[in-house]
Design a binder for this molecule. Structure first.
Ligand code: CUA
Length: 191
């Protein structure tokens, strides 16, 4: 029996045995391999994009989003503006409890800088069904260079628990063929 007062019987103060040292070495090597995989995925696997990052005041980002929405709005979907920025432009998407600031309409094959941020708490940007995942953090502008490569409708599912309405926080991204859908649609009639 041992306790906090009576020290345990053992030989822990003696040098580690050979098998133990071997396992420590194997663990260390494996840690280094996994560590090296992170940059490797970035350069070789097209994952872990570095993006453009910076600090931003949530109020300032919110204003930017509003300006962006007003400038490029082409319709409305359940009270959410449908926004179609021109190819090559910066797009701003903000998460807040419990919605996304717009339905983005993007052109296939065009390049955009997508800026993600949050107005209140941490949210998660999870694009379905393609399984792209990014953090949406208040006070932090996460700019991603994106080129949509397939036309269709995508869902943005919030994958970070953000409060009581978390499960209802579902947004939409629409990717259209080049040159399509630029004509403004009547309010409430957008699909
Ligand atoms: Cu936003 Cu969960």
């Amino acid at each position: 029996m041992h306790s906090g007062i009576v020290s345990p019987q053992g030989v822990w103060w003696k040098p580690a045995a050979k098998p133990e040292r071997r396992w420590v070495l194997i663990s260390l090597v494996w840690c280094l391999i996994l560590f090296a995989m992170m940059p490797l995925w970035h350069w070789k696997g097209g994952q872990n994009p570095s993006g453009i990052r910076g600090r931003v005041d949530p109020a300032v980002f919110s204003e930017r989003v509003e300006r962006f929405n007003k400038q490029y709005q082409v319709g409305e979907d359940n009270g959410i503006p449908v926004v179609q920025p021109p190819p090559g432009s910066h797009a701003y998407l903000m998460g807040s409890q419990f919605q996304w600031s717009s339905v983005l309409k993007l052109e296939k094959g065009a390049k955009y800088i997508l800026h993600l941020s949050s107005q209140d708490v941490n949210h998660g940007f999870s694009l379905y069904p393609v399984n792209l995942n990014f953090q949406v953090v208040p006070g932090y502008d996460y700019g991603l260079e994106i080129v949509p490569n397939q036309a269709g409708e995508y869902r943005i599912v919030c994958n970070e628990f953000c409060g009581i309405g978390h499960h209802t926080m579902i947004g939409k991204v629409i990717v259209v063929e080049p040159g399509q859908g630029h004509e403004p649609q009547p309010k409430g009639g957008a699909k």
